[in-house]
Design a protein around this ligand. Sequence first.
Ligand code: ZN
Ligand code: ZN
Ligand code: ZN
Length: 275
Amino acid sequence: MKIQYLGTAAAEGWPGLYCNCEVCKEAARRGGKDLRTRSQAVIDGHLLVDFPPDTYLHMLYQGLRLPEVSSILLTHAHQDHFYPLDLTMRGHGFSDDVNGCLTVYGDETGEKLFHQDVDACDKRWGLAELLAYKVIPEFVPFEVEGYTVTPLLASHDRRERCLLYIIEKDGKRLLYANDTGLFPDATWEYLRGQRFDLVSMDCTMGRHKEGTNHMGLPDNAEMQKRLTEMGCADTGTKWVITHFSHHGGLLHRELEEAAKPYGFMVAYDGFTVEF
Ligand SMILES: [Zn+2]
Ligand SMILES: [Zn+2]
Ligand SMILES: [Zn+2]
């Protein structure tokens, strides 16, 4: 399995859209891995996780082949993860030779936003046949494009049912965990004894401990310890941290230094891992 991180920032991007702080200014000066767009990943080039407003940028500059995408796993409906208006560009009159129906899998909040935008479009665009939204229950595995996907509950915005995902295929298993703080009890319970080849974690808060809504490195270290104790990870497990905010205070180089003792790989836009 291959995961490519297309966007690795929190909601405001990094440098932040309107931010004047020194960390954002330094990111702009350094460029390269310190320029981060909003959160999105793609599995094996076609199974998308999230659909942020920067999706089109990811198509332009990172080789994302959107015409080949038929399924999107949505973690939650925050604006840095879901921008359904851009889905409507699949409609007749905007896109030619469109390849079947694209299905978004997610929670009820995402479903509401999806229908707000999609149902408001002109019927002649034909979106009823080109786009679908499927609400998925937590802890119930389902099949999509040859992958077994299991939604888990996150510790994030309590106004919606935010999801994390187990994605597995050909004996390889990925745990995709952002946005979230330390897992809620039901998720820990479900994970017991399940081993992962790659664990991808929220590190929004960089050097700071948080754990209730997002995580920082001290929380990631705690997660690593607990997942290892529970048999979910071992010396063969790869660890990636992503979804960074300027408020975490650490630029890419400094994040790599701080993450080294734990063996965490620090994602950047375009970062790809095979496992
Ligand atoms: Zn986010
Ligand atoms: Zn800033
Ligand atoms: Zn969020």
